[in-house]
Design a protein around this ligand. Structure first.
Ligand SMILES: [Fe+2]
Length: 132
């Protein structure tokens, strides 16, 4: 699909720093124009961690979105969980986004710093969740 490839890798850990096997990431985000697929499942999906608690998300980098006066920085929606509950619902952001200071949900710990490589952007992000 159109857009610049983005690969995010990392682990899901419990609050003691232990990797969580089979933990779930439920992810959705806008495309390279800032538009969501609201009729299908494009750029929406679920990933499970491997035996070492690792995941790899291969997607395209979203663009910021919104209306004039209500712009939001580019972000990736995530629900992370292991077992039944609780579910961590959060968003990942991108360092350098022109609207990064225009969103009350932004925390420094949620801002990724992707590297530009020949095949696109590459970033790392580890989640820490309560295991259910
Ligand atoms: Fe969004």
């Amino acid at each position: 699909m159109a857009g610049t490839p983005l690969t995010v890798t990392g682990r899901i850990l419990d609050t003691h720093g232990r990797p969580l096997k089979g933990a779930l990431l439920d992810i959705w985000h806008a495309d390279h124009t800032g538009s969501y697929d609201n009729t299908g499942f494009l750029l929406r999906g679920k990933l499970y961690t491997d035996d070492d608690g690792c995941y790899t998300l291969r997607t395209v980098k979203p663009l910021y979105d919104g209306e004039p006066g209500e712009m939001r920085p580019a972000h990736i929606h995530v629900k992370a969980s292991s077992g039944k509950l609780p579910i961590l619902t959060t968003q990942l952001y991108f360092k350098g986004d022109p609207w990064i200071h225009n969103d009350a949900g932004v925390r420094p710990s949620l801002v990724m710093s992707p590297r530009r490589e020949s095949e696109g952007f590459v970033a790392k992000f580890d989640f820490v969740i309560k295991a259910g």
